[in-house]
Design a protein around this ligand. Structure first.
Ligand code: AMP
Ligand code: MG
Length: 318
């Protein structure tokens, strides 16, 4: 039986005994283990069926821990941490030798994030080690944004899910690395490019596998429902192409034109992109469980969080 509870003492005891706990964050649920325990970290890779070339993000609760884990803290990284931590930003920094190679896939950098979730921050403060916590889903599947999503994936092979409710942001962190101390976005995410640029000025984006040899794990296929999924700007045309099939629609907002389709998930009543992002994965989970032939997703506006959502949907449809 998996314990689903908000008991952080119990979660701390399990983590200290080299086992895993699924933890809530404001982005998605993570599958957490002690970064210094080879046993725990191997369990993460095994349970997720994640290849070892894909590095893990280390979750911290204080800026002092950056100094413990990273060799350098470039000026613009500090500005970003100041602006967005705790929050949905991962900084990839040169690592100290004590950070295990299993965490970083043998690279000389480590991804660090201070999540913005009260329960998880309280848990992290109780531990005398940081945790690695990739999204709590099997490799390439849709990320979980509720304890129920996690439980459905791992059933009873997980001792505990720390119940922190639904994730408020609902898509993964924005990942930023540094090349000659200048920020480079490796993964679009919960913090928009516009918000990043307001703090550090223009940034380069290298979020495609081809441009980003420094960010392994930027896979083409990712975040994927089991149901065939397509992304389109012309929903009517796609509905015609699949006529006679069981169709699910994933739409931005409820005042889009009426479609004669039984299963429709709306991401936001008012068309708000932040609300839409918070609902994206739960809507995908929901449609994926209806045994449909196809999910037709309407491409979102290409601004703010719409960009990150389109990125996820593109990878979901590969
Ligand atoms: P996830 O934890 O599943 O949201 O994904 C973690 C992603 O963070 C990986 O797939 C990498 O793309 C990225 N990442 C983590 N650590 C590093 C690192 N040291 N260098 C570059 N990218 C990293
Ligand atoms: Mg993931």
């Amino acid at each position: 039986m998996t314990l689903i509870s908000n008991d952080i003492d119990k979660a701390a005891a399990i983590l200290s005994a080299n086992d895993l706990v699924a933890i809530p964050t404001e982005t998605v649920y993570g599958l957490a283990g002690n970064i210094y325990s080879e046993e725990a970290i191997k369990k993460i890779f095994t349970l997720k069926k994640r290849p070892f070339f894909n590095p893990l993000i280390v979750h911290i609760h204080s800026l002092e821990q950056v100094t413990d884990l990273a060799l350098e803290f470039p000026e613009k990284a500090k500005m970003l941490a100041q602006a967005f931590w705790p929050g949905s930003l991962t900084l990839v920094l040169k690592k100290r030798p004590q950070v295990p190679d299993l965490i970083t896939a043998g690279k000389d950098t480590v991804g660090l994030r201070m999540p913005q979730h009260e329960l998880t921050l309280a848990l992290l403060k109780k531990l005398d080690f940081p945790v690695a916590a990739p999204s709590a889903n099997p490799f390439t599947h849709i990320s979980p944004t509720s304890p129920q999503h996690v439980h459905r994936y791992f059933d009873d092979s997980l001792q505990m899910i720390l119940d922190g409710g639904n994730c408020s942001n609902g898509i993964e962190s924005t990942i930023i690395g540094f090349e000659q101390d200048e920020p480079v976005i490796y993964r679009l995410g919960s913090i928009s490019i516009e918000d990043i640029q307001a703090v550090v000025g223009a940034v380069v984006i290298k979020n495609k596998k081809e441009d980003a040899p420094d960010a392994p794990g930027m896979l083409d296929k990712h975040y994927a429902p089991r149901t065939k999924t397509i992304l389109t700007t012309d929903v009517n045309k796609s509905i015609q192409e699949y006529s006679g099939k069981q169709i699910g629609l994933l739409l931005h907002h409820s005042y889009e034109q009426a479609f004669n389709v039984k299963h429709i998930a709306y991401l936001s009543q008012s068309g708000d992109l932040k609300e839409a992002a918070s609902q994206l994965y739960s809507a995908m989970h929901q449609l994926d469980h209806l045994q449909l032939d196809v999910i037709i997703a309407h491409r979102l506006p290409d601004t703010g969080l719409g960009k990150a959502m389109n990125d996820r949907l593109e990878r979901a449809t590969k």
